[in-house]
Design a binder for this molecule. Sequence first.
Ligand code: CTP
Ligand code: CA
Length: 228
Amino acid sequence: AAECFQRGSLSGKHVLINAGPTREALDPVRYISNHSSGKMGFALAEAAVEAGARVTLVAGPVNLPTPARVARVDVVSAQDMLAACEAALPADLFIASAAVADYRPANCAEQKLKKTPGSDDGMTLTLVRNPDILATLAAHPQRPWTVGFAAETHDLMTYAADKLQRKNLDLIIANDVSQSGIGFNSEDNAVTLIDRALNSSVLPRASKTKLAREIIARIADLMATTNK
Ligand code: CTP
Ligand code: CA
């Protein structure tokens, strides 16, 4: 049969993207989280729609409008985000852009925590590991073509390549978050794509919208050539 291959197209594909931070509750009014804005993931969702995909966007707590024609599922914690991502399968492509909290409080208090009366003591929190959403989907029986991000402040390429191999990804998007004005919680970004053969390709600083379109086009072409 003739192969209908159009450069950069995700036509007919179901694309699952997670985005934003997660929040890990300590008690009814307090949580542990991070500064992720969700902008990169939302821009990727928009670019995937433009490329012809049906898009499911699983979002942590962010302050962003839902891009047109995107099916959005809002979640709070890492555990909820994993469940929502698994529920969205099967997908042809999964892009893990979320800044998932690595740990959560071992217990969530039912009532608001109180200081101990008459004491100036500090307090120690016990944290436990959250599930790895990306590694879980990459090992799933319905495994999508799987893309991760690596946010690093040093030894970017070493750590990114290590995450690609350890989590069994098809592609990793390495993000140097030590530079100000790019990456975490900013308008622009600059990334390096690393594939399974450890070929790397630099995408220079651009708006997250422009960069997202380029990333989606590269992924679409890689998916077509790696036959998935
Ligand atoms: N990730 C995930 N679930 C987690 C932690 C991370 O799905 N519990 C995903 C992120 O969405 C990202 C990739 O794994 O796509 C790498 O995240 P990062 O924080 O850079 O790496 P970690 O594997 O968490 O390792 P570390 O934070 O120790 O560098
Ligand atoms: Ca992490």
